[in-house]
Design a protein around this ligand. Structure first.
Ligand SMILES: Nc1ncnc2c1ncn2[C@@H]1O[C@H](COP(=O)(O)OP(=O)(O)OP(=O)(O)O)[C@@H](O)[C@H]1O
Ligand SMILES: [Mg+2]
Length: 247
């Protein structure tokens, strides 16, 4: 799988979407922006489910230019797509170590849980331990574990992340890691700094894709300023977490 193509469907009022086709490639990061309720999560779900004109939006998702047959859809979706949802909760009552080993077995992979943990702990400020139960992990820790899992255990080429910022994890490290593995990464965001990490962003409004915007040279310049602010914010966040005075 090298490319997915999104073919237009309809907005929330049943009007056709104003684009002909959107191609998304492996090794690239794309962000999805738009108002609350504009359809960002729905777009992610259409991709996850490899919609074939049968979702509420009527969109079709092609894999390397071809439609996906009904019979293959579920298997293909499971093999190709890893989705980190907006709200997550583990239903499995086991430790981080067992979970990693189990998931490795399911995917036919030799897994070193210590290796995964090392990676997870570079992106979450609160370290995770192997013997910790999944249900005891905080929101940020859970998301960091899932990113480590997607990076080292899943071989899914498509990664969908619904909002990465509010969990306290190092989003730049996390996204850089996934992108370097030649995955196609799509991130829903409300944050300008995250949005400008991608060269292209998909703008949603009223349930439709309104535009695909290329990052302009002026925005690349702005990105550097936002980057400095982001570092400052992270510095203060770290102090805040430690209970220190900020000034
Ligand atoms: N094209 C569409 N046609 C019909 N319903 C739609 C369409 N797009 C989205 N919806 C529905 O609108 C609701 C809001 O969409 P969604 O959850 O995707 O918003 P969002 O942009 O992710 O919002 P938030 O920023 O709050 O997470 C959902 O119930 C979704 O199924
Ligand atoms: Mg959403």
């Amino acid at each position: 799988m090298d490319c997915i193509t999104i073919l237009p469907g309809r907005d929330k009022h049943g009007q056709p979407e104003p684009f002909s086709a959107i191609d998304l490639y492996r090794g690239h990061l794309y962000t999805i922006v738009g108002n609350t309720g504009s359809g960002k999560s729905r777009l992610i779900k259409d991709i996850e489910q490899l919609a074939q004109g049968d979702s509420v939006t009527g969109r079709t998702v092609l894999l390397d230019g071809a439609p996906v047959s009904r019979a293959c859809r579920q298997t293909m979706s499971g093999q190709l797509v890893a989705h980190l949802g907006q709200n997550m909760r583990f239903v499995l009552d086991t430790t981080v170590e067992e979970f990693s080993l189990l998931h490795g077995q399911c995917r036919d992979r030799q897994v070193d849980p210590g290796e995964i943990l090392k990676l997870v702990n570079t992106i979450t400020p609160e370290p995770v331990a192997l013997e910790q139960s999944l249900n005891q992990l905080s929101g940020g820790q859970s998301r960091a574990l899932m990113i480590g899992d997607i990076a080292l255990i899943c071989d899914s080429p498509i990664v969908l992340i619904d909002e990465i910022e509010n969990a306290g994890i190092d989003k730049e490290k996390a996204l850089g890691l996934l992108r370097h593995q030649e995955k196609l990464v799509l991130v829903v965001t409300h944050d300008p700094h995250t949005a400008l990490l991608s060269k292209q962003r998909i703008v949603l409004g009223g349930g439709a894709v309104k535009a695909v915007v290329d990052r302009s040279p002026a925005e690349s310049e702005l990105y550097r300023t936002l980057e400095e602010e982001y570092r400052r914010q992270r510095h203060y966040q770290a102090l805040l977490r430690k209970g220190a005075l900020l000034a």
